[in-house]
Design a protein around this ligand. Sequence first.
Ligand code: SF4
Length: 560
Amino acid sequence: MDLRLLTEQPSTAERSAIDALLGSPEPADGRAVVGGHAVRARRHLLLPALHALQDASGAITRGGVAYVSERLSIPPTDVFGVASFYELFEVDGPGGATARPCDDIVCMGRGPAPDTGGAHVEPSACLGQCDRGPVVLHHEPGSGYSVATAESEGPVRQPRSELRLLRRVGEIDPTSLDDYLDAGGFAALAKAREMGGEAVVAELEASGLRGRGGAAFPVGRKWDGVRRAAGDKVVIANGDESEPGTFKDRVLMEGDPFAVIEALALFGFVTGAEEGFIYVRGEYPTAAERLEAAIAAANERDLLGMTIEVRRGAGAYVCGEETALFASIEGFRGEPRQKPPFPNEAGVFGRPTGINNIETLVTVLEVLRLGGTAFAELGTDGSTGPKLFCVSGDVERPGVYEVEFGATSRDLLALAGGVAEGKGLGAVLLGGAAGVFTGEDGLDVPLTFEDTRAAGLTIGAGALIVFDETTDFEPVVERIAKFFSDESCGQCVPCRVGTVRQGESLQRMFANPASTPVEVQLLGDLALAMDDSSICGLGRTASLAVLSAIDLGLVGGVRG
Ligand code: SF4
């Protein structure tokens, strides 16, 4: 984009959209200059402002950039730099309707995508609808985002008596606060207020609950760290699940939004935070709408005890990393930061911050309901409680399944009806694109943090992507490599360059099998460099699936 914008003007729709968000501009009286702290304090409105522009015209136009730049006192290059970071913003694009068909590893090869209706087409990485693909994310100026899937709402297919985290999903009206209250909603928050924050932390520690987003950090220790921190605190529900093959947080946010806000309010109560954010990935419009409606309904009855705001992401996998998410909320490019400082010391806006993913927070409600000791009896000693797994790919009944830790991939495969069409198993990708391929012998490894680690596998956020025996794994592995090179934020040279070189190496290997030994050596070296010197988990995990596919002989023969 040419950034000489002094003469560019926004359209009427763009101006109205920005004024609706930021308020009407103050008439200049020639005497007062607004700047400094007052202006910097509004920087966090940049991402909502870019959404407003995109929603108004279907693109981030020069006139729109110029107007946002003027209203927020952010240089145009800076506005452009942030806008161009996110996949969902059509920077200097043609405007009008956009259709984003998923071409990622679960949807690829699953028949024709739904109709794109003559819209401008931009293929997309995983849209988090793997249980009902193929899928297209539509954007229409004036009416926003909508999702078209091959199948309607994915049902919960387990007996209700077995369910804890999913027991309300599909059973109660997710838009009705009364339904939620009738189903025991807000009892956990009331109990926490009776017990006091310190006692809640003790229950969490007794429960052994660990985070469900991939890092498995003990939740009681995290909450205690934020609780003990001094200052004006913030709590965040991380709903940016973008790992290909992962869609459980979407099912919770869409199907049980009041549970998400109750759990975040509980997090705020325990830690002493009076402000909270729910960061929802931009590809989940229904989740964002239902959460906003739930917050409004709960506020009408004064149930939350704190302010909670929904922030929409805009298509950047790396924003699921907590420090990148902070930068995104603050109005900067979603680039991860070095730790320390850790979030409980200096998180979003430099304030002490507690952050957990959606499943973790909803599981906290179950700890309060059962009590920490009873909760710890579920699962195994090292991995307590229930866990959601997203089973997708070549299975009869893809969906989110709830089991206790210790169930195996074979158990989950059985719950999902087995390999589709009675075919044999090719492989399972456990943990999503940042995970590891395993074959038949990995199916019996108990799905716990400790057992998967010992077996060289990973649970990640709980994705199992199943491939049948007829799968050609070369395009699958190439698509995984492309995913990481597309999603690298580019800060670390080994990740920025290494993810690209990884894809190129695979292409050479598949085009010329005789080059396999050389390329396998190179891929191993790249993996070491990325693992050693990346700031965040994206670079450290970008090679796992590729190398495991080679190890298993799914592509390239067996690694020497
Ligand atoms: Fe960005 Fe990759 Fe570095 Fe993570 S590892 S900060 S994604 S360049």
